[in-house]
Design a protein around this ligand. Structure first.
Ligand SMILES: Cc1cc2nc3c(=O)[nH]c(=O)nc-3n(C[C@H](O)[C@H](O)[C@H](O)COP(=O)(O)OP(=O)(O)OC[C@H]3O[C@@H](n4cnc5c(N)ncnc54)[C@H](O)[C@@H]3O)c2cc1C
Length: 319
């Protein structure tokens, strides 16, 4: 069974399919699992996840990573699914990272495949993931370092506040004097040790041994500033792309996949769950997606193995 999309719903689906002894392949277009909570709002606290009175986006992703690892599915990141073709055996999936065969497919592509918005200046691409970072894979990788963060939205502010207590210094660069974050976060930011550089834009980024020189230019002004840091974290947001959906032969409504109450699409053997689907009463919430996963997987297994009786409760299945 192939789950397309490693957001919260796809991760839970991959776990749940493993719980029911399916051989699972999980494909995610980004280099990291986590979908929207992992990439768009890692530091935001969620209050509507069953069993967690409060949990940050990042922590929820970590918990899902632990859960999905249990049944050892094959997880292939940096793999964007391009086409799905029906075969006698099931489906062939063409991706940016190889071709895969699968008996059935669960689509959990959410708002689409994300790519980070890149720095608007030319710099040596070899600096990506070293000096220039678009993701926070491990907060501790910023420990005791001089860090520059570019951006003025919630995510940039959240990361500045999270990194400041462990880094040697944090510089936040934003092209406006006003930040677009939650008022309480902006107040916290102003009271923190984070050095604010506003209204400034990054003009150039160059390696300086293992560190980097970043030159800043004032917006609508002539002032310049220079920073020498260990890491630059760029937080200009993400672009999402779900045009591929239109090539998969699925019935869509406003770019969402139409499903029935069993999460079946118009193509037998392809199910869809999470933010990517539409049906009467659909809510784009993680809790709703978590509920849709068991419906799709039980239906899929029932269709593939009509004579096999599936136990319903996890204790009969967990090993
Ligand atoms: C700012 C913000 C705050 C939110 N707050 C809450 C909240 O408090 N509570 C709540 O319940 N919900 C909240 N949500 C909504 C919640 O994040 C979504 O409902 C949830 O992320 C949907 O999960 P998903 O797995 O369906 O999709 P996503 O999280 O969008 O994940 C889909 C994944 O599929 C991948 N993908 C897409 N296309 C392809 C492809 N072709 N090949 C391979 N991989 C692909 C993407 O890269 C992505 O990682 C919030 C959303 C935002 C933006």
């Amino acid at each position: 069974m192939t789950v397309i999309g490693g957001g919260p719903v796809g991760m839970f689906a991959a776990f749940y399919a493993g719980l029911h002894s399916a051989k699972v392949l999980l494909l995610e277009s980004l280099a990291e699992l986590g979908g929207q909570p992992g990439n768009l709002y890692p530091a935001k606290v969620l209050y509507d996840i069953g069993g967690y009175p409060n949990i940050s986006g990042q922590k929820l992703v970590e918990q899902l990573e632990t859960q999905v690892a249990h049944f050892k599915p094959t997880i292939q990141t940096a793999t964007n699914v391009q086409t799905i073709t029906k075969t006698d055996e099931g489906f062939t999936l063409e991706t940016t990272n190889g071709t895969y065969q699968s008996k059935s497919v669960i689509i959990a592509t959410g708002g689409g495949a994300f790519t980070p918005r890149k720095l608007a200046v030319d710099y040596d691409p070899a600096l990506d993931d070293k000096l220039v970072n678009y993701f926070v894979r491990d907060l501790n990788s910023f420990k005791d370092l001089d860090v520059a963060i570019a951006g003025g939205g919630d995510s940039a502010i959240d990361w500045a506040l999270a990194i400041a207590p462990i880094a040697k210094s944090v510089h936040l660069i934003h092209r406006r004097n006003q930040f677009r974050g939650l008022a309480s976060s902006v107040e916290q930011l102003k009271a923190s040790s984070v050095v604010l550089h506003t209204p400034y834009l990054i003009d150039s980024v160059e390696a300086d041994g293992k560190r980097g020189n970043i030159s800043l230019k004032e917006v609508r002004g002539d002032n310049t500033e220079a920073l020498n840091v260990d890491k630059l974290l760029v937080n200009y947001g993400f672009m999402s792309e779900n045009r591929q959906l239109r090539n998969w032969g699925l019935e869509l409504e406003h770019n969402q996949i139409k499903v029935d109450s069993k999460m079946r699409t118009n193509i037998e053997g392809i199910y869809a769950i999470g933010d990517v689907v539409t049906y009467p009463g659909k809510l784009k919430l993680i809790a709703s997606g978590f509920g849709e996963a068991p419906t799709a997987i039980n239906e899929d297994l029932q269709a593939l193995y009509p004579d096999r009786r599936q136990p319903t409760h996890s204790t009969q299945l967990y090993h």
